[in-house]
Design a protein around this ligand. Structure first.
Ligand SMILES: [Fe+2]
Length: 272
């Protein structure tokens, strides 16, 4: 069966059909998938009934598997859900989640993430993906120059509202500063690497200017022209480039179970 690639939006995303991931991929299919991923940043493979091993085999096409950074579990999978399950390594999260890059608060954020949907509500809980290369391209020359050599502190504290941007940071909370502009090691495209959930400060400027820069960039990242909104079905596998694609979750009914299995892929290149 020939692989077909269909764009999902003008911003990002492509649906891949003609593959059955319960079988190993041929080298031609691997090459086609890798190219499609670099072209479209987000890949959707629909109607795949995958075991954990099959999801892992797919992930290994793109690199080494990353462990979990934020739990004591040695599980390679994180179950993103709204209902605690003692048998699983879960991240219990309710409702909406702001735009972010996975693990941006750490020194070595993952290169890519996959989410496999096991159970999703009929309505809501969509995941939005923002193309942050397009965001960079849309900046005028003054903005590009202004952001050159700037870094942002990415701070993750579950106890505070991130949009409040505290003056004092808790030294025990996960945090790391990364360049605001990063260059994709394969495509060479530049992208904007800040996010509303975790980036609280531009380190090289005063608070007022920092807020101005962050507010401007967050609004541009989140503007509809730069976003693909994914409506989940059960047995969707989504892979995204965590270096240049920020993502967010929309509201859903907390009474409806939502269970996705996440596996992330190590980045062999430093962010800078
Ligand atoms: Fe995430």
């Amino acid at each position: 069966m020939a692989i077909t690639i269909e764009k999902l939006s003008d911003a990002a995303g492509a649906a891949i059909s003609g593959l059955d991931l319960t079988n190993p991929l041929s080298s031609e299919d691997t090459d086609a998938l890798t190219k499609a991923w670099h072209d479209h940043m987000v890949l959707l493979l629909r109607g795949q009934e995958l075991t954990e091993d099959e999801q892992e085999r797919f992930c290994r096409v793109f690199g080494e598997i990353a462990g979990l950074k934020s739990t004591k579990s040695d599980s390679k999978f994180l179950f993103v859900t709204n209902k605690e399950d003692p048998k699983l390594a879960t991240a219990v999260q309710l409702g909406e989640m702001m735009f972010h890059y996975d693990q941006a608060y750490s020194e070595h954020p993952c290169k890519a993430s996959t989410l496999y949907s096991i159970e999703v509500p009929d309505v809501g809980g969509n995941t939005c993906f923002a193309n942050c290369c397009a965001v960079y391209d849309q900046l005028n020359d003054d903005w590009k120059e202004r952001l050159e050599n700037k870094t942002a502190l990415n701070y993750f504290n579950y106890d505070t509202n991130p949009s409040l941007r505290p003056d004092e940071v808790d030294p025990n909370a996960p945090q790391f500063s990364h360049p605001v502009i990063r260059t994709h090691p394969v495509t060479g495209r530049k992208s904007i690497y800040v996010n509303r959930l975790m980036s609280i400060r531009i380190n090289e400027v005063d608070r007022e200017e920092s807020d101005e820069i962050l507010d401007y960039l967050f609004d541009l990242i989140e503007s509809p022209q730069n976003v693909y909104e994914h409506v989940w079905q059960a047995h969707d596998l989504v892979l995204w480039d965590n270096r240049c694609t920020a993502h967010a979750r929309k509201h859903y009914d907390p009474e409806k179970r939502r269970l996705l299995r996440r596996m992330t892929i190590l980045d062999e290149n430093p962010v800078a």
